[in-house]
Ligand binder design. Structure first.
Ligand code: TXD
Length: 327
C-alpha cells in the first residue's frame, strides 16, 4: 500500500509576527487567525501575557473553525522566518495626550523591536502601527535599512474607515457602499479627500452639503481622540486591528489592493525623505507601486503641511534617540 502523505510544507501558511500583545496586537492576532490568513506569533515584554492570550485564542479555534497556529512568546527566536512583522509595541495615548507626546517613549521601543524582528526574519515585510505613526515608520525604516517597498505604516486605512463610517451614518446607507480615502499624516493634519469619496460611485458632494461634509471631515480628524476621551484608559483597537488585517490580507493573498499606506517618499507628490500616507498598491512584495493622484492646489498644500509636521517630529525624535544612545 502506498502511503501518500501531504507534505506539512504544502499545508503551511505564512507566519505573521506581532510585536506588542496589547489591545491592538491581540485583537489583530484574533483577526488574522480567524480570517485564516496566517499562523501568528504574538510577542510582548510582559512575561506570561502573550502566552496566555495565545492559549485563549487557541481554545477558540474549534468554535471559530480554523486551525491556525498561535504562539505567545517573549523571545524573538520564535518570530524567525516571518513573512510579515507588525509592530504595535509601545504606549497608547491617555486623555489629553497628543500622538506626538508618545514620541519619546515609543521611538526607542519601535527602533529596538524593528531591528530585532528583522534580525530573525531578514526577508519580512514590516508594518508599523505604533504612534506617532509616520515618525515611527520613518525611524524603523532608518534603523533597519529595509528597501522602502518592505516597510510601511498603518493609519490611512483606519482614518478612511472612520470617514466612511461617519458618511454612512449621516446618509443612513450601508458602510460597505461608502468608499473614501484619507491621505497625509496620522493626526490632526490628515487629509481626507472629500471629492473622491463616493457612495457606490456617487460623489458625496452630490449627496451632502459643504458644511455637513466639513463636519464629517472634522470628526474624522478627531476620530482617535473621540474614542480616547470615551474609553479613558486607552485608545481604539477594534477598528485599528481590522484596518491592519486588511493590509496583511492584501500582502498574504497578493491582492494588489489600492490602500492609503504610510510610505517613504522619494519625490512623489513633491515630497522627499519623509513618511506619509498616500495610495499604494499592496501585494506579495509589499508596496508594489505608489499612485500619484492629481491633487487640487488646496489638497496638495494640506499634504505638504502634514508632511512638514512629520518632518519636524522626525528631527525631534532623532535628537532624542541620539541623546539616549550617548548616555
Ligand atoms: O492608526 C494607528 N496607527 C493606530 C496606532 C491606531 C490605534 C493604536 N495606535 C497605537 O498603537 C497606539 O497609540 C500605541 O502606540 C500602539 C499600541 O496600542 P494599544 O492600544 O495596543 O496599546 P497597549 O494595549 O498598551 O499595548 C502595547 C503593548 C503592551 O502589551 C506592552 O507590554 C507592549 O506593547 N510593549 C512591548 N512589547 C514588546 N517589546 C517592547 N519593548 C514593548 N514595550 C511595550
Amino acid at each position: 500500500m502506498s502511503s501518500s502523505v501531504v507534505s506539512p510544507i504544502l499545508s503551511r501558511l505564512p507566519r505573521v509576527s506581532i510585536i506588542g500583545a496589547g489591545r491592538v496586537g491581540s485583537t489583530l492576532a484574533q483577526r488574522i487567525a480567524e480570517k485564516n490568513l496566517a499562523d501568528v506569533v504574538l510577542l510582548d515584554i510582559v512575561q506570561g501575557m502573550p502566552q496566555g492570550l495565545a492559549l485563549d485564542l487557541l481554545e477558540a479555534r474549534g468554535i471559530e473553525l480554523h486551525n491556525r497556529e498561535i504562539i505567545g512568546t517573549n523571545d524573538y527566536t520564535d518570530t524567525a522566518g516571518s513573512q510579515i512583522v507588525i509592530i504595535t509595541a509601545g504606549l497608547p495615548r491617555k486623555p489629553g495626550m497628543s500622538r506626538d507626546d508618545l514620541l519619546k517613549t515609543n521611538a526607542k521601543i519601535v527602533v529596538e523591536a524593528a531591528k530585532q524582528a528583522i534580525a530573525y526574519s531578514p526577508d519580512a515585510i514590516l508594518i508599523i502601527v505604533t504612534n506617532p505613526l509616520d515618525v515611527m515608520t520613518y525611524l524603523a525604516w532608518e534603523a533597519t535599512g529595509l528597501p522602502r517597498h518592505r516597510i510601511m505604516g498603518m493609519a490611512g486605512v483606519l482614518d478612511s474607515a472612520r470617514f466612511e463610517t461617519f458618511i454612512a451614518l449621516e446618509l443612513g446607507v450601508l458602510p460597505a457602499d461608502v468608499k473614501a480615502m484619507v491621505l497625509g499624516s496620522h493626526g490632526d493634519l490628515m487629509v481626507p479627500l472629500s471629492r473622491y469619496a463616493t457612495v457606490n460611485g456617487i460623489p458625496i458632494t452630490e449627496l451632502l452639503d459643504a458644511d455637513t461634509i466639513e463636519r464629517l471631515v472634522e470628526r474624522t480628524r478627531n476620530g482617535g481622540a473621540e474614542i480616547v476621551e470615551l474609553i479613558q484608559t486607552g485608545g481604539a483597537f477594534f477598528a485599528p486591528a481590522s484596518a491592519t488585517s486588511v493590509m496583511v490580507e492584501s500582502i498574504v493573498l497578493n491582492q494588489s489592493r489600492l490602500l492609503p499606506v504610510a510610505t517613504y517618499l522619494q519625490g512623489e507628490y513633491g515630497l522627499k525623505d519623509v513618511v506619509i500616507g498616500v495610495p499604494c498598491r499592496l501585494g506579495a512584495a509589499g508596496i508594489e507601486s505608489i499612485l500619484e493622484l492629481n491633487l487640487s492646489e488646496s489638497e496638495r498644500e494640506a499634504l505638504h503641511i502634514s508632511a512638514e509636521s512629520v518632518r519636524k517630529n522626525i528631527a525631534r525624535s532623532q535628537e532624542i534617540l541620539g541623546a539616549i544612545s550617548s548616555i
